[in-house]
Design a protein around this ligand. Structure first.
Ligand code: PMP
Ligand code: GLU
Length: 395
């Protein structure tokens, strides 16, 4: 706490995913043989056809400020993508391109929430959701779902969480950190409840859409009654291995898109011009061009699940998307491992880091204090070695 700084920043938690990744990097630099399974980042290179489009854009002198909400051609590619993959119809006034989906989510929270407005966060949720809601002076309201219900909330739980102050619900499917997917039927169940509360805006983060091992992706906005009150978040970081390029986008009701454009115009302006040109090419390509990455993630998921099954005190479900497993490790609470007293998931995750040199993230920051998140966006050799080390430590 530094009194010279604002209360806003002093009260803001550090991103647990980025903090763990930084810690792992630091230990690596000190010469430790750390296997980093903490960061949700594909270990592939950006596909060549996308890189080529960026090089072309540099040579074509794309170097000026762009429209704040994105190039018209990029918006058209996004509109085409929404139609092709999600059967959602948007026009240009409904699309805003931002510096990563993270900024898209921050924009939406900033333009919708007044001080004290509640935002329902089905938990586990991505670490930055609660911090972003609090930055916007909103109140995060966690609705918890454990491994026994595949980390998905029920319509009854949603109903119980709604109050006259509820303004927003923010969730991801496929989910970070659990890898769970809401089926169309399950979304319909939640929509039945939301229909009774027409003022609640739903923010549906679908950034892991293509990393799906079971079939069709379901979008909340594709339920006709939800279309006018849903903001769909997406981006290229995960599916196209483009985390550092920083491009995310929304499809939203025009009044919300306009407000996000205004907000962004005062903070960052339009996102990087070269990255935007490259994303046009990425989104126009058929999904088959990235299927090899999804196939590799599927193989790694099966591998890590089979190895985790041999480790004491890890309860997992079968994640259907994204590249995370989220075991419940609460069986270890109250025990001692190699001199480390384990009281909670953070103790457990730190013990694994120190004793097995494997970086994971504690579930605390995801609103799931019984779990740890393991990212399997890593090579099969790294996954095998990491699981072997964890097993040895816990034997
Ligand atoms: N939503 C979820 C659920 C995520 O896991 C991430 C990962 N960073 C983001 C949004 C933000 O992605 P981006 O890199 O586009 O900012
Ligand atoms: N979304 C990724 C994760 O959850 C990247 C890190 C971050 O931006 O939080 O690990």
């Amino acid at each position: 706490m530094d009194q010279r700084l604002s209360e806003r920043i002093n009260n803001l938690p550090t991103s647990a995913t980025l903090a763990m990744a930084a810690k792992a990097r630091e230990l690596k630099e000190q010469g430790k043989d750390i296997i980093g399974l903490s960061l949700g980042e594909p270990d592939f290179n950006t596909p060549d056809f996308v890189k080529d489009a960026a090089i072309q854009a540099i040579n074509d002198n794309y170097n000026s400020y762009t429209p704040v909400d994105g190039y018209a051609e990029l918006k058209d590619a996004i509109i085409h993508k929404f139609k092709r993959d999600n059967q959602l119809t948007y026009d240009r006034s409904q699309i805003v391109v931002s510096t990563g989906a993270k900024q898209s989510i921050a924009n939406v929270a900033m333009v919708l929430l007044n001080k004290g407005d509640e935002c329902i966060l089905p938990a586990p949720y991505w670490v930055s959701y609660s911090a972003i809601v609090e930055l916007a002076e909103g109140v995060p309201v966690e609705v918890r779902a454990g491994v026994e219900q595949n980390f998905k909330i029920t319509p009854a739980q949603l109903r119980d969480a709604i109050t006259p102050k509820t303004k927003m619900m923010l969730f991801s499917s496929p989910n970070n950190p659990s890898g769970s997917l809401y089926s169309e039927e399950e979304l319909r169940g939640l929509a039945e409840v939301l229909k009774e509360y027409p003022d609640i805006i739903i923010v549906s983060d679908e950034i892991y859409e293509h990393i799906n091992y079971v079939g069709k992706h379901a979008s909340m906005a594709a339920i006709p009654e939800m279309y006018d009150r849903t903001v769909t978040i997406n981006g290229v970081s995960k599916a196209f291995a483009m985390t550092g390029w920083r491009v995310g986008y929304i499809g939203a009701p025009t009044w919300i898109a306009r407000a996000c454009n205004k907000m962004q115009g005062q903070i960052t302006s339009g996102t990087n011009c070269i990255a935007q040109r490259a994303v046009i090419t990425a989104l126009e390509a058929p999904v088959s061009k990235i299927q090899f990455m999804i196939d590799a993630f599927a193989e790694r998921r099966d591998l890590i699940l089979s190895l985790l099954a041999e480790i004491n005190g890890f309860i997992t479900d079968t994640p259907e998307g994204a590249f995370y497993v989220f075991p419940d490790i609460s069986a270890w609470f109250g025990k001692e491992v190699r001199g480390h007293k384990i009281y909670n998931a953070t103790d457990f995750s730190l013990m694994i880091l120190e004793e097995a040199n494997v970086a994971t993230v504690s579930g605390d920051a995801f609103g799931a204090p019984n779990c740890i998140r393991i990212s399997y966006a890593a090579s099969t050799d790294q996954i095998k070695e990491a699981m072997k080390r964890i097993k040895e430590v816990l034997q």
